[in-house]
Design a protein around this ligand. Structure first.
Ligand code: N01
Length: 546
């Protein structure tokens, strides 16, 4: 049945459209899920996307310096050898524009756009018990009625703009990095303030500093950062990445973090001091996220972590010439890599510029924003532009922003009032036939995202394929399986140092009032995949199917 045939008008303002599956979001996950359901399972699928193009997180994050910190040959789909061979990345780390070009190429190659409604926002998604159907309403006055409802909304798509008093009185312009204007922002001759020194701030600060008259960095939590050592890819590397695609895929799909490198099985503490310094120095010079893979005990043994943390802090003090600035930057309160470790291009070097200053908000917190700028407990900083690099209401935010309700009209917000409860990150009890790609409770942000996405999408596709062939109507995670999974997610995090970062968005601690629960699954991608595959093999143990 085509969408056109299935369309009928319920009342003058609502168009009711029957499909097999509705997917929200046309980023990496929504695009691949569409392809699998439409082309492999021959289902009638509609993707709803609020933007006017594909791209997901990369559609919105266009701030200066926005670049992926997974390496380009690993930050792509691997489901199609042909696609891997056709597409050519230009740099070690792709920037936001190149990733959008890639996703647009994928959309064209697989003719995905015909199934996507752009510039359309989902206003509510409600499960109807009697019909066993999802009703997905949009701001275009449509109501999609579907057996399957799949969220592909990303983990970091709900901007966190802190409620600082007085923002509305600011006479200059302000921007959040995750909602960056497409036409860009002209910083020339301007006094700019940036709040936030996470991965985003650390990417944006060096680029803004080159343009602005003066840049004031408002830092609440000092952060580690590893040099990215970005560079154009050589012809040899491009050839290697295509010729060895099977080996690269094998590494990415059988390790902890989905990157194209393995964690070296050696201990920081057991390696003699001189040798360990040489290893760390070599890893520092190579740059990138692989730095944290130079040893296997960095995230599980505090004394190992202390050694690596000290190495990085010494680097900061070496690079930053002004000891007062260096002291603020190296005053880090959490173990290395317990918050997502940023990789940078000239981040610490930027503090050697005369037009860059840093304010330590731990000592002098922001009191308010005034018409002229930012006022801390110490002084007022006059500004023309404020940039909020303040991150996201991660993982749960994008889902809770949609008005989703399951069986007995239970709102997802209520089901998750004390934190996310689901099974394998993919299904919430009481929300039958709803699947959350890379939802909380899956490895998602602790993994190279395209790998996590391909795993979840393929698992969901196989699950739906079996339902279709067996004539099953409904799949629903049991409350016990979900409760046990929450315990497992906590246990996996507690086996590492990750929960020791108290201000981490992994815990929800960056959003005032958000329940503090460690959200991503830290047990490793390969292990997670094995668990998911065993669940499927075991007749979807932990789910009830009917
Ligand atoms: O956000 P963050 P992000 N007053 O939450 C500060 C991914 N990413 O956008 O630490 C003052 O990490 C906050 O301070 P604190 C990546 O997974 C990927 O930088 O809460 N400061 C922190 O310094 C990353 O981890 C790429 O004390 C306030 C900063 O704002 C994730 O996105 C590139 C504040 C927020 O840091 C999020 O990174 C970029 C307040 N009221 C990002 N509120 C890739 O390359 C917040 N802060 C793939």
């Amino acid at each position: 049945m085509s969408i056109a045939e299935a369309t009928n008008t319920q009342n003058s303002s609502t168009k009711v459209i029957s499909v097999d599956a509705v997917i929200i979001g046309a980023g990496f996950s929504g695009m691949y899920q569409l392809l699998c359901l439409r082309d492999k399972l021959k289902l009638n699928v509609k993707v709803i996307e609020v933007a006017d193009e594909v791209g997901g997180t990369w559609y919105w994050n266009r701030y200066p310096g926005a670049r992926c910190d997974s390496e380009s040959h690993s930050y792509q789909y691997y489901f199609s050898d042909e696609l891997v061979k056709e597409w050519e990345w230009s740099q070690r780390y792709p920037d936001h524009a190149e990733i959008r070009r890639y996703l647009s190429y994928v959309a064209d190659k697989f003719k995905l756009r015909t199934n996507i409604s752009f510039k359309t926002k989902v206003t509510a998604a409600k499960y109807n018990d009697a019909e066993n159907r999802w009703h997905v309403m949009t701001d275009k006055g449509e109501e999609y009625v579907a057996k399957y409802f799949i969220t592909a909304v990303g983990c970091l798509s709900s901007a966190n703009i802190p409620k600082i008093p007085g923002l509305e009185t600011f006479s200059g312009n302000w921007y959040h990095t995750g909602q960056w204007p497409h036409e860009g922002v002209d910083f020339k001759g301007k006094r700019v303030g940036i709040i936030g020194t996470g991965s985003t701030g650390i990417q944006a600060i060096p680029v803004i500093a080159e343009q602005a008259a003066h840049l004031t960095v408002f830092q609440r939590t000092a952060n580690y950062s590893i040099p990215a050592r970005n560079a154009p890819l050589t012809a040899d590397f491009k050839k290697f990445a295509k010729e060895k695609l099977e080996q690269i895929r094998e590494v990415m799909h059988t390790n902890t973090n989905g990157h194209a490198f393995r964690i070296v099985d050696r201990s920081v503490v057991k390696t003699p001091e001189q040798e360990r310094l040489e290893i760390l120095e070599k890893a520092w010079q190579k740059g990138g996220l692989e730095f944290r893979a130079a040893f296997s005990d960095v995230l599980i043994d505090k004394s190992a972590n202390d050694i690596v943390a000290q190495f990085i802090c010494e680097k900061i003090r070496e690079i930053v010439k002004d000891p007062a600035k260096a002291a603020i930057l190296a005053d880090i309160d959490h173990p290395f890599a317990t918050k997502r470790p940023p990789v940078d291009t000239n981040y610490f070097e930027t503090y050697n510029r005369d037009n860059v200053s840093i304010v330590n908000l731990r000592k002098t917190p922001i009191e308010k924003i005034t018409a002229q700028g930012i006022k801390t407990t110490e002084q007022e900083y006059p500004l023309d532009i404020i940039v909020f690099a303040t991150g996201f209401d991660a993982l749960t935010g994008p889902l809770l922003n949609i008005n989703i309700s399951g069986k007995n009209n239970m709102p997802l917000k209520e089901a998750w009032a004390a934190g996310p409860v689901n099974y394998l990150g993919v299904q919430v009890p009481g929300f039958p036939n709803m699947f959350t790609i890379t939802g909380p409770g899956s490895p998602s942000v602790l993994c190279n995202m395209p790998v996590a996405i391909e795993q979840h999408v393929e698992w969901i596709t196989n699950c739906i394929a079996e339902m279709q062939t067996k004539g099953l109507n409904k799949i629903e995670a049991t409350p016990k399986a979900a409760d046990d999974w929450v315990l497992e997610v906590n246990a996996a995090a507690n086996a590492t140092l990750l929960p020791q970062a108290k201000h981490s968005w992994y815990l929800g601690a960056n959003v005032p009032g958000k329940p503090q629960v460690f959200m991503p699954y830290a047990g490793g991608m390969a292990h997670f995949k094995e668990i998911c595959n065993n669940v499927a093999k075991n007749s979807y143990a932990g789910f009830v199917r009917s």
